[in-house]
Design a protein around this ligand. Sequence first.
Ligand SMILES: Cc1ncc(COP(=O)(O)O)c(C=O)c1O
Length: 355
Amino acid sequence: MSDILQLVRPQVLAMQPYLPPESEEGMRLNANESAWRSEADNSVRGLNRYPDPYPETISARLAGMYGVKPGQLALTRGSDEAIDLLLRLFCREGVDSIVICPPTFGMYRVYAQVQGAGVIEVPLEPEKAFELDPGKLLAACEENTKLVFLCSPNNPTGQLLDEAAVFEVCRGLLGRAVVVVDEAYVEFADRASLVNSLDAWPNLVILRTLSKAYGLAGARLGALISSLEITGLFKRIIPPYALSTPVLEAGEALLGPEELQELEQRIEQTRLLRNNMARELAGLKIVRKVWPSDANFLLISVDDAAAVDAAFARDGILIRNFSKEPGLENCLRITVGTPEQNEAVVAVLREQGNG
Ligand SMILES: Cc1ncc(COP(=O)(O)O)c(C=O)c1O
């Protein structure tokens, strides 16, 4: 049995996955669908029909975008679903655990709790710019730790994790656990994705999403990328017809070569706006610190986050107050918006601090 197979829940290995029929051309009387399509249905394929269970066009497009083989990529309903399914693939209730590095994205813990897996915390170090300490992380792993979630760039702190530190974790856990690097914001970073390192680390999984840089949060489209072996195992438990016809059609229409070029420009614009805003915020009296960001948001600290949050709310501006998270006392996370929206943010902070 391969190293990876040994980590998979035995129930998943034993079961027979459901295989939806290929969408063949012909008179479809094999799926108990309605034969009538609504006049208001403006999809190409028809919403009275089940969606394509093997959506090759969009898979191939995303594989091309990310520079991997189509077989290495599994489409998911946002990366949230990939996190959930990874827990279900690897973690036995009450037996296995995951490692997370707070402050970080909250859904790793939520899905671990849903699955009944233990959660081991190895905090990033606020006084060292939220760096990851690979030695501490490896020391904290237990015999039944199956997954380590690393978020890079990290939400809500904004920084990329050091590549060498990530690889040290992969090396230390070879044959013992899977390392999941969540790259939801990597398009906004100066460093490229770690997909090119998948061949070097058979226990590495990368999560990507179209919700952030690609502007498709409402479509719920993400991808798990890994070795052919891990992706193949993951596909055993993906629900059939996971992606709906409107999502597949929107993805195909919005990720063509011209649209991608436009998106590249928007990403560059967001990076510029972020950097300008970081400089501007750093010059305001009320702002204690602006953390460097590789994402499309900025984490700042102020003296009284609750008061500043309330001032934003009075102006109808929604931001996130992270004060309750250990290591993030009086910290606020602000998404980079349009130039006008960013000006509105700066204006509130300026007014609160009187300059
Ligand atoms: C780090 C990180 N990972 C994953 C997600 C989930 O993204 P989605 O399910 O929209 O792909 C988010 C959303 O905010 C996130 O910040």
